[in-house]
Design a protein around this ligand. Sequence first.
Ligand SMILES: [Zn+2]
Ligand SMILES: [Zn+2]
Length: 239
Amino acid sequence: MGRKRNHQKKSPAVDATDSPLLSCQVSPVYGRYLCTKVDVQKGDLLIKEKYLVAGPLSLSGVVCIGCHSDLSKKFFRFKCTKCSWPLCANKCQKSPFHAIECQFLLEHKILPPEEPDSVSYGAITVLRACLLKKTKPREYSKLMGLEAHNDIRKGLPLWDANEEHVVKVIRDEWKLGQDFTADEIHTICGILEVNGFEIGDVYSFLGLFAVTSMLAHDCVPNATHFENIDEGVMERQRR
Ligand SMILES: [Zn+2]
Ligand SMILES: [Zn+2]
């Protein structure tokens, strides 16, 4: 079950699941994949998991970095009273998403892009992932254990777009070149692209899940998922 061709690293075999139902196996061809330890019935809950990181989609235009709603056509934009980044309203200033970077943006004097048609808001998601290295190193190492396919992606147009709208933004415009290498940022971009889910019931944004990513398919799916955005969790059920 849950075999995502070539999207998982071939080693090491990690007990990534913390689940009484699932175990992580390794195929020399397909990399890591999940097996059930017991027979499961239709509708059985396989896993309930909180995201490792979530945020604006790749190459996203202006969004509220509290709830990820589209602000591109909003004439008036509320600004966070601390970091000055755009939000829809005061309530989004207290969002757990924005709490990750608000103080960091303030301390490093990182202001939002000035261009109205900027597509650099996806860099916020990559920054949230980068910040895990210091704030939640265990989760950062789970994230970096996912496949990025840098060798393949280097030949694709998206690589150049990431260089322009994420790597240069974080390292040059935000002056964080000492903190995060270009290779590290490109790898995180790849991990998000290869393993991330587009989630959200009202506004689409990106969520990366350590174990659930192994249940993505390019074959006939044998599981389905449900999102609870308020709790930031995704559930997978046998279908
Ligand atoms: Zn909002
Ligand atoms: Zn803020």
